[in-house]
Design a protein around this ligand. Structure first.
Ligand code: ADP
Length: 373
């Protein structure tokens, strides 16, 4: 089988690492020939995943295509889908999800719990809705990693607001943020992973580390699983999905957003679960049975982010000491250049002891720094 991946970043890289266990011919479309996935595929094609021609030409001879990011040319994928190329997730799903406005409408139309919202077309429109503040303002298209999200406390914040079609969403009184990876195959069978919880640094308000399985009361777990299942059933698309959820102070659960692809919140599944999220997606695309999602051991996960003040050729200060630690797995994404905030790798820690997981996560965050030469 010939399978293409749109995008050659770290997600594509880890997907290709898992492909090595199967008989499959892999293709990557990506603009940067030094991208993390470029050297691990059988066929690298240089091209822009947001443009029609490169995507259509890339996909013409393939059996299946998947994505590592939603900002791809959907028109080309629709044409390929109509010509018989299988797209994971299907193009209708990519269309709904790639725009936060249509994504939020989808939840509303299908009675899937999600924070209350209104749609605003531009700044002028936003000014008519001051009574809705404080709220979270999310740009419809093009935002990622928090860059398309702003908190609007009151009308003083309006001048800096996005002047484009956006979602204005009620602020949730958060207790926890969790994520669930869920898979659906061509037959509509599903497999759901134990949820992950995001632990935030209270001072910096940045994601500190992830913990899996999330510590949740049974009722909250059931609500979260029910929402994840509803979303994939209503999207009615095969593929692998990461559902990001809010748990509020009353233990109510609502969906924040869905990524219809392999995702950062599932990286620990490589070592911590019987079937990784990457292996699961191959099983789906190659028509094999779904894998076992159970946790082998609890895990924590630390992202390796380019340090502030460092740009240029990357060096990993403290790597040797981290590699000496037991039950710690380092993944470097092979990016030669670091920049402040750039995702350069991650470290997974597995242990039966929760304290060991949190202790090692903190230790590694302090020990291992991505700097420049
Ligand atoms: P991105 O797609 O860039 O990751 P998100 O929509 O996930 O953006 O928002 C980023 C973060 O902002 C969330 O992880 C959460 O901490 C906060 N956030 C987003 N929406 C809300 C909300 N309605 N209420 C409270 N916090 C929110």
């Amino acid at each position: 089988m010939k399978v293409g991946i749109l995008g050659g970043g770290q997600l594509g890289r880890m997907l290709l690492q898992a492909a090595a266990n199967y008989v499959v011919e892999t293709y990557v479309l990506e603009n940067d020939e030094n991208a993390p996935a470029a050297h691990l595929c059988h066929h690298f094609v240089k091209g822009e995943i947001r443009d029609f021609e490169p995507v259509y030409n890339f996909g013409k001879g393939l059996d299946a295509i998947t994505i590592e990011i939603e900002s791809v040319n959907v028109e080309a994928l629709e044409k390929l889908e109509s010509e018989g190329v299988k797209i994971y997730p299907n193009t209708a799903t990519i269309r709904i999800i790639k725009n936060k406005v249509t994504q939020k409408r989808f939840y509303k139309d299908h009675q899937i719990p999600s924070p209350e919202f209104i749609i605003t077309q531009n700044l002028h429109d936003l000014n008519q809705h001051i009574s809705f503040l404080p709220a979270v303002h999310k740009i419809g298209m093009g935002g990622y990693d928090g860059k398309g999200v702003q908190i609007l406390q009151n009308e003083k914040d309006l001048p800096k607001a996005f002047d484009a079609p956006s979602v204005l969403e009620k602020m949730v009184n958060l207790k926890k943020e969790i994520a669930i990876i869920i898979a659906m195959n061509d037959k509509g069978q599903t497999a759901i992973y134990p949820p992950v919880e995001m632990v935030f640094d209270q001072v910096l308000n940045l994601l500190d580390y992830q913990l899996s399985p999330a510590e949740l009361p049974q009722k909250v777990l059931w609500k979260a699983e029910a929402i994840a299942l509803r979303i994939v059933k209503e999207l009615n698309s095969p593929g692998l999905f990461a559902i990001e959820l809010f748990v509020d102070r009353n233990d109510d659960v609502s969906v924040n957003e869905t990524a219809p692809r392999v995702h950062n919140s599932g990286h620990h599944t490589i070592e911590a679960n019987y079937c990784s999220q990457f292996d699961m997606l191959w099983r789906i695309m190659l028509g094999y049975p779904l894998g076992c999602t159970d946790a082998i051991l609890p895990a924590s996960l630390v992202n390796l982010i380019g340090a502030e003040g460092h740009s240029g050729e990357a060096v990993y200060d403290g790597l040797e000491d981290v590699l000496k630690m037991d039950n710690v797995f380092v993944h470097l994404y092979g990016k030669s250049q670091t920049r402040p905030g750039r995702k350069m790798g991650h470290v997974t820690i597995v242990s039966r002891e929760r304290l060991d997981l949190t202790h090692k996560a903190h230790k590694i965050k302090n020990m291992l720094k991505v700097c420049s030469l």
